[in-house]
Ligand binder design. Structure first.
Ligand SMILES: Cc1cc2nc3c(=O)[nH]c(=O)nc-3n(C[C@H](O)[C@H](O)[C@H](O)COP(=O)(O)OP(=O)(O)OC[C@H]3O[C@@H](n4cnc5c(N)ncnc54)[C@H](O)[C@@H]3O)c2cc1C
Length: 241
């Protein structure tokens, strides 16, 4: 068991002590954490932070977590963490961290899997892979750019959907692979090419995020549908991120 110890380091260090100011249960296995940073830094939609836990004996464990909140949103930075049974960091964040605690974080990080609202974006996420795509959707909604964004999210059941009260809208579509809500028109099944909004506008950049298996399947599907391979940006939430 890791006890929560934070070390902020010198002021010039990129590590910061973020204060947990809110925790929200997204699903039975996912929580969003609102973090107040002593020195907030602007971020781009799609970037992530590294969270570092330090045990009393000095052992550390660091994992990446995508930013869910939109660039420019004056509220606190938000990350959303899926609890993986046996996982070192995600179980600690879920089971031990409470409002008022501090976490060592470093970021924002990443310059490839980012959307700046400059090109049409086709966002395809599986499970927790929706997190950085939610930052993009929120950014588009905040800045009147929803016409540029199409989001498809694949989850197993309605209970597995993050941001459930917020995600629905004309720019987003949901795919359930095991169980659907009552009267949902599409039977439960894995993502198919028919689930991808078409036609895909010229100049579209695709952002695919999820497990390795989901990311591979979805990115191949998009290339088969005509998105040039260099325009498909992929982020995998694999082991030991
Ligand atoms: C750029 C980036 C952004 C990420 N953003 C998010 C995010 O927004 N939300 C989020 O919940 N996670 C995210 N991840 C994944 C995250 O970094 C961790 O890998 C995850 O939380 C598991 O860490 P852990 O310490 O709990 O598990 P570990 O102790 O690392 O692993 C425990 C067990 O789970 C397996 N495992 C590890 N990671 C995964 C996984 N993602 N899926 C399935 N099995 C796994 C391991 O093989 C091992 O068997 C991101 C990863 C990257 C690289």
């Amino acid at each position: 068991m890791i006890d929560l110890v934070t070390d902020s380091g010198p002021r010039s260090s990129p590590w910061q002590n973020a204060k947990v100011v809110g925790i929200k249960e997204e699903t039975a296995r996912a929580k969003s954490f609102q973090l107040a940073l002593p020195e907030p830094a602007p971020h781009l939609a799609g970037q992530h932070y590294v969270v570092r836990l330090t045990a009393p004996d000095g052992y550390t464990a660091s994992r990446s977590y995508s930013i869910a909140s939109a660039p420019g949103d004056p509220r606190e930075l938000e990350i959303t963490v899926e609890r993986l049974e046996g996982g070192e960091v995600s179980t600690f964040l879920h089971d031990e961290v409470a409002v008022g605690d501090e976490l060592d974080v470093r970021g924002p990080i990443g310059g490839w899997f980012v959307w700046e609202g400059d090109v049409p974006a086709l966002l395809v996420g599986g499970g927790s892979g929706v997190v950085p795509l939610m930052a993009m959707l929120r950014y588009a909604r905040l800045n009147g750019k929803v016409d540029l964004v199409r989001l498809v999210v694949s989850v197993r059941t309605p209970e597995d959907l993050y941001y459930a009260e917020e995600i629905a809208g004309p720019e987003s579509a949901l795919v359930y692979t095991r169980v659907t809500p009552a009267a949902f028109p599409r039977p439960p099944a894995r993502l198919t090419p028919e689930d991808i909004p078409q036609p895909i506008a010229a100049g579209t950049r695709a952002y695919v995020c999820g497990s390795s298996g989901f990311a591979d399947a979805a990115s191949h599907m998009l290339v088969d549908l005509g998105v040039p391979a260099p325009q498909v940006r992929v982020e995998r939430f694999g082991p030991s991120g």
